[in-house]
Design a protein around this ligand. Structure first.
Ligand SMILES: Nc1ncnc2c1ncn2[C@@H]1O[C@H](COP(=O)(O)OP(=O)(O)O)[C@@H](O)[C@H]1O
Ligand SMILES: O=C(O)C1=C[C@@H](OP(=O)(O)O)[C@@H](O)[C@H](O)C1
Ligand SMILES: [Mg+2]
Length: 174
């Protein structure tokens, strides 16, 4: 199967929805953050602290490219699909879905989370500015935008439907 990439702001639901959608589509779900933690043998906060954010971004770009042919779902981290390079990688390899969850909801889910170094070290205002800056990039780098304000299963079912149509349309073009 061609892969599905989920993108969106921290806390929008990528990891949660990705796992459910993968069960429904009977495929694997790779969480890019979990993969990098495993590869590096360190948690994300420790990677940020000891190696710095640019190092993490490098690993993220490499991991994304490595999963172009994964044949499943990739739940990306909130910063993974911001660059045009990574956006193009994902868009050319598969179907990219932006889970568009409003800032207040994301904020309530991520505030003070020690596992998300950017959230832990930013004020609400700083996170809001980051959200506003990123929003158009997620849109530009995805094929579809799905509203995030539904239960995870509902969002997963929507992704499944989009995917079936995406595949059908692709087949129709050949
Ligand atoms: N659609 C949803 N409705 C309610 N809670 C959700 C939803 N999606 C995710 N959550 C909760 O929000 C938190 C962050 O979700 P997560 O999947 O880790 O987000 P992301 O991977 O996008 O950062 C988790 O505690 C998760 O249970
Ligand atoms: O938005 C970001 O820059 C980040 C999001 C995180 O993933 P989630 O979006 O799953 O929280 C993780 O990759 C890292 O803490 C950086
Ligand atoms: Mg996640």
């Amino acid at each position: 199967m061609i892969p599905i990439f989920l993108c969106g702001f921290m806390g929008c639901g990528k990891s949660t929805v990705g796992r459910i959608a993968a069960k429904r589509l009977k495929c694997q779900c790779i969480d890019l953050d979990d993969y990098i933690e495993e590869q590096e043998g360190m948690s994300i906060p420790v990677i940020f602290e000891q190696k710095g954010e640019p190092y993490f971004r490098e690993k993220e770009t490499q991991a994304l490219a490595a999963f172009r042919d994964i044949g499943g779902i990739v739940a990306t981290g909130g910063g993974a699909l911001l660059s045009d390079l990574n956006g193009e990688t994902a868009k050319n390899a598969g179907m990219v879905v932006f889970i568009d969850t409003d800032f207040d909801t994301c904020y309530d889910r991520i505030k003070d989370d020690p596992h998300r170094p950017i959230a832990a070290s930013s004020t609400r205002e700083q996170l809001k500015a980051r959200f506003d800056d990123r929003h158009p990039k997620y849109q530009a780098h995805s094929h579809f935008t799905i509203a995030g304000g539904y239960p995870p299963l509902v969002i997963a079912v929507k992704i499944e439907r989009l995917y079936r149509k995406f595949i059908k349309d692709m087949e129709g073009q050949h």
